[in-house]
Design a binder for this molecule. Structure first.
Ligand code: 1CP
Length: 344
């Protein structure tokens, strides 16, 4: 296998861990901000294959990580399902929130793939421009996390709307989860069909659920997505990211069937290396603040992560996305350090 990233995901250990950074494309890069100005809004940027592929490749030129991640957003699926989705500077995403089961009936799953078809052309363009030693990661939000935005109408502090809906009316919430699960499976399979080498499922708000709800809304739909992808693409690896899951990372790894798991910053990596099933590859988990600060403390943190993971296949990454205030020079220094491990 020619890509270090893919051979690591397949369980092989090498002399340096492959690396990439969550949100490696984005607002902290001046070249991103310049292209963002050209597009008429963030959603248009995501759905313009030429611009979105350029944004995907920007960090590859600057930092030479081992993988590119498709430039898109998890909220492209609700948009595909027919919801109005807007991204407002300084406020984040805004959606016309679902209020009741009638609103769920108004979703339009049949047209989802067609509405977001430009994404697949972006994948094709990116794959065709990347060399074989660089992997291309496709992604989607997990049904639970995507449903939180669909019901809350945007970012939320306490998730009270979505959680009370799930507690009050298990049945209609399950209908919504099923619709999003099916759309997510189709979306990920289409990305793989167009050239994505691996896929990642972002469950950013997995950590807000009680254990029984975690089983129902995080583990079960994730298992279904993993099984469906395995059936169609048995060699393609799936990375799960149940951010904030704490000790429930163990259950997540044991029950969902993901091939790799992204560990968030709050988790002790040596604990994870000890308790998580050895068949699963670990990705993570440097604090994005450490990257923002840079200097010696950044390199010390990176080095201690690598030491903690020396016994297992490991993909070096952050525990969450690069923050918009991060100096790109810090990312350059860290990338150079990581590339030069194992003799460069
Ligand atoms: O103003 C801008 O230019 C938009 C900023 C931005 C960017 C660069 C948003 C809005 N999304 C993205 C890209 C993005 N989003 C990627 C691209 C690939 C990469 O990693 O480089 C990915 C994987 C995402 C995924 C995403 N979007 C997640 C999951 C990961 C995470 O950060 O937890 C979530 C929760 C979102 C929702 C979202 N998109 C954008 C914002 C501001 C938010 C809200 C976050 C919140 O609710 O607090």
């Amino acid at each position: 296998m020619s890509s270090l990233f893919l051979s690591t995901l397949a369980g092989h250990k090498s002399d340096r861990p492959p690396f990439w950074f969550m949100r490696q494309a984005g607002r902290y890069l001046p070249e991103y901000r310049a292209l963002r100005k050209k597009a008429n809004g963030f959603l248009n940027l995501c759905l313009n294959s030429s611009l979105a592929s350029q944004v995907t490749l920007q960090p590859m030129t600057r930092f030479e990580p081992d993988a590119a991640i498709l430039f898109s957003d998890i909220l492209i699926v609700p948009y595909g399902l027919g919801m109005a989705v807007d991204f407002i500077e300084g406020r984040g995403p805004v959606l016309d929130a679902l209020r009741d089961s009638l609103d769920i009936k108004r979703l339009n799953p049949e047209h989802c793939k067609a509405r977001i078809e430009a994404t697949y052309e972006t994948v094709r363009l990116c794959r065709s421009q990347l060399s074989r030693d660089k992997a291309l990661i496709g992604f989607a939000g997990s049904p639970w996390t995507v449903a939180t935005y669909m019901i809350e109408g945007g970012a939320s502090k306490n998730y009270s709307k979505v959680k009370s809906w799930a507690y009050r009316d298990d049945q209609s919430f399950n209908t919504l989860i099923k619709i999003v699960t099916k759309a997510t499976i189709d979306h990920l399979i289409a990305q793989i069909d167009h050239g994505a080498d691996a896929v990642k499922l972002f469950d950013s708000w997995a950590g807000v659920l009680s254990p029984s709800q975690f089983e129902k809304w995080v583990i079960k739909p994730t298992r279904e997505i993993v099984d469906s992808i395995n059936l169609k693409h048995p060699t393609v690896k799936i990375i799960g990211f149940p951010k904030g899951a704490g000790h429930q990372y163990i259950d997540y790894v044991n029950k969902t069937g993901v091939h790799a798991v992204a560990i968030d910053t709050s988790v002790n990596l040596s604990w994870a290396a000890k308790v998580l099933d050895k068949k699963v590859v670990i990705q993570g988990n440097m604090d994005p603040i450490s990257l923002l600060v840079g200097g010696e403390s950044m390199i010390n943190q990176a080095s201690s992560i690598i030491t903690n993971m020396k016994e297992r296949p490991h993909v070096f990454n952050l525990g969450h996305g690069v923050l918009p205030e991060t100096p790109p020079e810090n990312v350059e220094i860290l990338a150079k350090y990581l590339r030069n491990l194992g003799g460069g």
